[in-house]
Design a protein around this ligand. Sequence first.
Ligand SMILES: NC(=O)c1ccc[n+]([C@@H]2O[C@H](COP(=O)([O-])OP(=O)(O)OC[C@H]3O[C@@H](n4cnc5c(N)ncnc54)[C@H](OP(=O)(O)O)[C@@H]3O)[C@@H](O)[C@H]2O)c1
Length: 117
Amino acid sequence: MKIVIIGGTGLIGSKTAIRLRNKGHEVLAVSPNTGVNTITGEGLAEALVGAEVVVDLANAPSWEDKAVLEFFETSGRNLLAAEANAGVKHHIALSIVGTERLPENGYFRAKLAQERL
Ligand SMILES: NC(=O)c1ccc[n+]([C@@H]2O[C@H](COP(=O)([O-])OP(=O)(O)OC[C@H]3O[C@@H](n4cnc5c(N)ncnc54)[C@H](OP(=O)(O)O)[C@@H]3O)[C@@H](O)[C@H]2O)c1
């Protein structure tokens, strides 16, 4: 099965790619450095062709309150729209336990926004 890992070159993404490849899946591990950007939309449609599953393991370049919220909202919206267009059936996003219990933390607010999307 084709699985696209968004943020596939990052800490969690690269480990996930290895595990999924070891299980025999066709894995496309992408990021801005490989030409796929969920903020600008660059390369997204092409990457998702034929994918059954997308695992969103992208992270924001800035964790400043406003910037990180904007990143997860924009990235999530663009990615979900591209998945719908490509007929992707499963979307998995990695969040953090208890995001709803620490609203004073800007990064957690952004992750909660991602979960809601
Ligand atoms: N690390 C943890 O312990 C942990 C725990 C719980 C949850 N998480 C969640 O897991 C996710 C990944 O975390 P991480 O620690 O692995 O992050 P990371 O090491 O900083 O990797 C981030 C990845 O996101 C990519 N990326 C950045 N901007 C992007 C964009 N506009 N479009 C597509 N990809 C983009 C980066 O690509 P480039 O290298 O090309 O910039 C990189 O591959 C995050 O959502 C985080 O909240 C992480």
